[in-house]
Write a protein that binds this ligand. Structure first.
Ligand SMILES: Cc1cc2nc3c(=O)[nH]c(=O)nc-3n(C[C@H](O)[C@H](O)[C@H](O)COP(=O)(O)OP(=O)(O)OC[C@H]3O[C@@H](n4cnc5c(N)ncnc54)[C@H](O)[C@@H]3O)c2cc1C
Length: 237
């Protein structure tokens, strides 16, 4: 579908963690997107000389719903997040969508491993909830979410209970083992996996912090994973 501009109306606003909020909105006409795609939100007058700015946000909800969810990390002094953080039910904003090719591409006989840091989990939630994924699931699926502290975990309960998904959380500044999360970064977790992991039979989807993506790609390349099996969306460097 070609991207078009929509007027979006906020249905609800809530904090998911102390620093990440969720906005649910509807659009003035039908918006079709695929799990993993994003919307470019217009931030009025926040650019140089009062020009509009645009900021990208992955849609976190199912493509089969007509109301949409975003999960957004508050960035101090960031014009995009400061604008969105002030929106409340009934407010309107403008967005252009859908964009992006970071979508789930089913491949027969392949496993899938989704790896995110922070709000990078958003496109994976949408993919996992999509009809495209449910009709063409991978042989086995795992999802690894890296955050600094346990309080920053997103969709934890939902993804832990997601049927057919091995959901692992890696908490880099966890104080002590709580038996639930891996203590360390996502790269440390991957280094722990032995030869039983189907390294070469897996498609890898990486999203979030650019540093994590670079490190994980280096690790996977060392394991012999081909470039064709690596799919990425960098949120910021
Ligand atoms: C395709 C795409 C999809 C994206 N989807 C999401 C999403 O679903 N949720 C989301 O929160 N962000 C997402 N982002 C990041 C988003 O577009 C903005 O960059 C971010 O919200 C900061 O915008 P800002 O104007 O507030 O601050 P800016 O002034 O633009 O950014 C200031 C600094 O904040 C840091 N930063 C940016 N994004 C994050 C983040 N998510 N977590 C921690 N630090 C960050 C960077 O160091 C950046 O240089 C996405 C980016 C891309 C390219």
């Amino acid at each position: 579908m070609k991207a078009a501009e929509f007027v979006c109306k906020v249905e609800s606003f809530r904090m998911l963690t102390p620093t990440v909020f969720e906005i649910t909105f509807n659009t003035d006409r039908l918006l079709h997107f695929q799990g993993g795609q994003f919307i470019s939100i217009i931030i009025p007058g926040a650019g140089p000389n009062g020009r509009d700015l645009r900021r990208a946000y992955s849609i976190a909800s199912s493509p089969e719903r007509d109301s949409f969810e975003l999960c957004i990390k508050v960035v101090e002094g960031g014009p995009g997040t400061q604008y969105l953080y002030k929106l409340r039910p009934g407010d309107a904003f403008r967005g252009i969508a859908p964009y992006g090719d970071f979508i789930y591409k089913p491949k027969l006989g392949r496993h899938a491993c989704f790896i995110a840091t922070g709000t990078g989990i958003a496109p994976f939630r949408s993919i996992l909830l999509s009809q495209n994924y449910r009709s063409n699931p991978p042989v086995k699926a795992s999802c690894l979410l890296g955050v600094r502290t346990e309080a920053e975990l997103l969709y934890d309960l939902e993804l832990r209970n997601f049927s057919g998904l091995n959901f692992i959380t890696a908490v880099s500044q966890g104080t002590e083992s709580n038996g639930k999360d891996f203590n360390g970064r996502v790269t440390h977790y991957l280094q722990h996996l032995g030869d039983n992991f189907p390294w070469l039979e897996t498609e890898y989807y990486l999203c979030g912090h650019g540093g994590m993506i670079t490190e994980v790609k280096a690790l996977l390349t060392k394991k012999g994973v081909s470039k064709n099996s690596l799919h990425q969306e960098v949120y910021y460097k």
